[in-house]
Design a protein around this ligand. Structure first.
Ligand SMILES: [Zn+2]
Ligand SMILES: [Zn+2]
Length: 270
């Protein structure tokens, strides 16, 4: 072939062949490894995207913690933490349980800035926000920030990757500089419940509320584990003068006794 490789790439026929090849020899799904059946900008197959189990009633009306549907029709009621007034946010909701599929989807986003996948997750969070009118009725969308060191290492904040398209969908401004994280999470894989609360206490700092009209905030994060991070963000925003603090997360970790959490597998174990 006497044409240069560059000219070859610019050739429309060659581009059509590339496009066809991507359909005939698709990349594997980044969650389960099965070949992707359709050409998609999201590197996750339909089965894996449909996998995470959505959180529905019965749940705690404040923090959104689901209750196991133990026959006999359990209704919405405050969970123990909310009955004790543990959280400083007004309302929190999550899209799905943190199960094996959800874990892999979020890990993918944590280690690679896969924007089409973040856009897909934002569409799920828009559904969650629309189902709970207060969540969409805010003045700005605030991703839970990383501290500067962690942000430098990773190059992006996965919560912001999700918050940006969510803000667009809800037609609200994204306010990334509003909340700052002063300390990072210790580099330990598993933290005890006590450690989770201790390490985030006072770890966030918020700009004074005057910069945003009426000061109602929707916090966005990938996972709600103990609620300690969202609580620490809410405390900082509250003391800076914000009046209503809501939160949405993609996933929610549930305690071991709940059936969905019992089947939680380690990444890579199938
Ligand atoms: Zn898959
Ligand atoms: Zn609750």
């Amino acid at each position: 072939m006497n044409r240069s490789e560059e000219a070859d790439r610019a050739n429309p026929l060659r581009r059509a062949v590339d496009a066809l090849a991507s359909v005939l020899f698709p990349a594997p799904c980044r969650v389960c490894g099965e070949p992707l059946a359709t050409a998609s900008r999201i590197p996750v197959c339909r089965a894996c995207l449909a996998g995470p189990s959505r959180i529905e009633s019965p749940m705690c009306p404040k923090c959104g913690r689901p209750f196991p549907p133990l026959g006999g029709g359990v209704s919405d009621r405050l969970c123990r933490a909310c009955a004790l007034g543990l959280y400083h946010f007004d309302l929190a909701r999550s899209f799905a349980r943190y199960d094996a599929e959800m874990e892999r989807i979020l890990l993918l986003l944590k280690y690679e800035p896969v924007t089409p996948l973040a856009g897909w997750l934002a569409a799920r969070l828009e559904q969650v926000a629309r189902a709970e009118p207060a969540l969409g009725d805010v003045d700005c969308i605030v991703p839970v920030p990383l501290d500067r060191k962690r942000l430098r290492e990773r190059g992006y904040n996965q919560a912001e990757l999700i918050a940006r398209p969510l803000a667009k969908r809800l037609g609200k401004p994204l306010a990334t500089g509003l909340l700052r994280r002063l300390r990072s999470r210790p580099p330990k894989l598993k933290l005890s419940r006590r450690e989770r609360w201790d390490t985030v206490r006072g770890a966030f700092e918020a700009e004074a509320a005057g910069r945003v009209d009426r000061s109602r905030v929707l916090l966005v994060d990938d996972v709600l584990t103990s609620g300690a991070t969202l609580d620490a963000c809410a405390r900082a925003l509250r003391s800076a003068g914000f009046t209503a603090i809501y939160a949405v997360t993609v996933a929610r970790v549930l305690p071991r006794w709940e059936p969905a959490a019992m089947s939680l597998r380690e990444p890579g174990s199938g």
